[in-house]
Design a protein around this ligand. Structure first.
Ligand code: SAM
Length: 288
């Protein structure tokens, strides 16, 4: 327990996919004035240095944000990525990416005065870093950081008084229990707030729980009669699993623009982040 530190993975290809889906979904929901509750059940440290510490050991940003920034050429249409690139640039010195914003920081940057953000984190070091990183934003009235189990604490926040909410569920899956805890968390949340947008990230690995997860999530969504959208991105297909090669986002109650957005985004990401002929993607939705 707690060997996982997101700093090793900050800004990698999986973060890029997850954070693009997150930004698109929050931004679309904010087209209406009603207050939004945003929740990150597994928040991490919130902000990561790419120039010192764990990220320099793993260098995973080279598979993600670094490739996006360095590959920006006028031939490639990066319009689907622009809001994300602007947010990443907004916390960095000009023409350099020294820091990568985690999901708490991205959501904090998107908050309007009427919105609220609730962050859960359990790691003894990352909770301190998260509190420090969020404190510097001076948004104490809108953001709460809690050292609690996000899987079990989420339900107490639901439904939000405005009945408008987006919940990112992004476990580390460091032990296989996470796959089952995720399902319980999700059904408890849907029991209370069936219309919330639930964004679930997962790694694509050669283990039974990972292979079965999208099917199980689809069954949950359909059991509640809720629409879903599902996207996967693979950057390479190596026979060994020495590193994460692919990941997915499963969204229950997606904003209606998500599927068309992903149909444009994923080919761009395959070109920008694909390392060889093993790169691929897929986008599926309940309505298509
Ligand atoms: N959402 C973050 C982002 O996109 O920037 C990354 C989160 S990372 C994949 C998962 C985090 O969940 C880790 O920091 C881990 O310590 C934390 N964690 C693990 N189990 C948890 C639990 N039951 N409740 C809350 N946080 C947990």
């Amino acid at each position: 327990m707690f060997s996982y530190r997101h700093a090793f993975h900050a800004g990698n290809h999986a973060d890029v996919l997850k954070h693009l889906v997150l930004i698109h979904s929050v931004s679309y929901l904010q087209e209406k004035d009603g207050a939004l509750l945003l929740v990150d059940t597994h928040a991490g440290a919130g902000l990561y240095s790419l120039r010192e510490g764990f990220a320099t050991v793993s260098q995973e940003a080279l598979t993600g944000i670094d490739r996006i920034i360095s590959n920006q050429d006028p031939q490639t249409n990066y319009s689907e990525l622009q809001a994300y690139i602007d947010l990443v640039n907004s916390i960095n010195p000009p023409n350099r990416i020294d820091f990568y914003p985690g999901s708490p920081f991205l959501m904090a940057k998107l908050l309007r005065t009427q919105d609220r953000l609730r962050l859960f984190e359990l790691h003894p070091s990352d909770i301190d870093l998260l509190e420090q990183n969020i404190k510097q934003l001076h948004l104490d009235r809108q953001i709460e950081v809690r050292k609690e189990d996000g899987f079990t604490s989420l339900k107490a926040l639901l439904p939000p008084p405005s009945r408008r909410g987006l919940i990112l569920i992004d476990p580390s899956y460091e032990n296989k229990q996470d796959y089952f805890l995720l399902e319980t968390c999700l059904t408890e949340a849907l029991d209370r707030f069936a219309t919330g947008s639930y964004l679930i990230w997962y790694p694509i690995l050669q283990r039974t729980e990972s292979i079965q997860l999208p099917k199980r999530l689809k069954a949950i969504a359909e059991n509640y009669g809720r629409p879903w959208t599902h996207a996967e991105l693979r950057i390479t297909h190596e026979p060994t699993e020495r590193r994460l090669q692919a990941s997915g986002m499963f969204v229950i109650n997606p904003v209606w623009t998500l599927h068309p957005y992903l149909e444009k985004l994923l080919p761009t990401l395959q070109t920008a982040l694909g390392e060889d002929a093993g790169a691929s993607y897929r986008v599926l939705s309940s309505q298509t």
